[in-house]
Ligand binder design. Structure first.
Ligand SMILES: [Zn+2]
Ligand SMILES: [Zn+2]
Ligand SMILES: [Zn+2]
Length: 215
């Protein structure tokens, strides 16, 4: 199974190698530089692990030692993160697992870099596996960004309640637009609408009367 997969990748990498015109190679050049292997092959071996947005690099320094040293740099202002392509001071980090390195486990890619890669490979025929992989990464990133910006609606469980919007309607801090209406909110259990209220702990009351008393 694995060797078949590798064979497909080899074919794809040959295809890419022949299609050098107008291709975005900054990232794959960087990966080649870091690992001494073909950058596209490295790309094919990466697995998306997590997405982090940070203003303060200290947040991630606990992973220092597990992250490829090239990703963590220092200047007069202190430590910062750099994409595998060499772009400095990135803040939207995609942490990718790479099992083939000896001394570290994760590589950091800038999310912009992945989007750029996707744009440039879109038209290229014969590299479906790599294209699929990049697309899935972008979907993973989109999901993670959504979770950072929104919290789950108490009723429908979808990430639709903004973490930053200062809603005038207090119910909207807990329920999405679909699950709240005219001062009422959907009971988390039965779906009936009840008036929005906070309990004595200042937490939203999640259940209607009958669900509350039957639980
Ligand atoms: Zn980059
Ligand atoms: Zn909802
Ligand atoms: Zn109910």
């Amino acid at each position: 199974m694995n060797s078949l997969c590798d064979a497909v990748k080899d074919e794809e990498i040959k295809t890419i190698a022949n299609a050098t015109v107008g291709l975005y190679t900054r990232l794959t050049d960087g990966l080649h530089h870091i690992t001494d292997k073909n950058g596209w092959q490295v790309l094919a071996d990466l697995e998306f692990s997590s997405y982090i947005e940070l203003d303060d690099p200290d947040q991630l320094m606990e992973m220092e030692g597990r992250i490829c040293p090239i990703n963590i740099q220092q200047d007069v202002e202190g430590k910062y993160f750099q994409c595998a392509c060499g772009k400095k001071h990135i803040k939207r980090l995609s942490i990718m697992e790479y099992k083939k390195a000896k001394d570290w486990e994760y590589l950091v890619l800038g999310s912009e870099c992945i989007s750029t890669l996707e744009k440039y490979t879109k038209e290229l025929e014969g590299i479906d596996n790599i294209k699929k992989k990049i697309k899935l990464w972008l979907e993973d990133i989109k999901d993670e960004v959504k979770k950072l910006r929104y919290k789950k609606c108490l009723s429908c469980n979808e990430y639709k309640v903004s973490r930053t919007t200062n809603y005038k309607n207090p119910a909207r801090h807990f329920w999405c637009n679909n699950c709240s209406s005219a001062g009422k909110v959907k009971c988390v259990t039965c779906g009936d609408y009840r008036f929005f209220n906070l309990d004595w702990k200042k937490q939203p009351m999640k259940y209607c009367r009958s669900c509350y008393f039957s639980s």
